[in-house]
Design a protein. Sequence first.
Length: 96
Amino acid sequence: MITTIIKIHPHSKNKKEVLQTINSLTALTLKSEGCLRAEVCEDVNDKEILYLTAEWATEKDRGEYKKSKFMVVLFGLQYLLVESLQIIQSIGMDII
């Protein structure tokens, strides 16, 4: 299993728009080949910061997603963000 966490820090005035877009992407991501889980969370210390977390069955599945239209849309949000998207983790784990 591969877990990826992407930090998303929208400008306060754009948070609602960014969150709506990310929620739509998350719903579609769940239908992607090999996606085991996808969700959006707020940072517990700063409610303006969001995290998009996704778990993938294989590195190949995650790689295909990284090349998908979903990532193009996600990176298209850059102008609404305080800072660039940050991939926090991408970890391989065995399921026991």
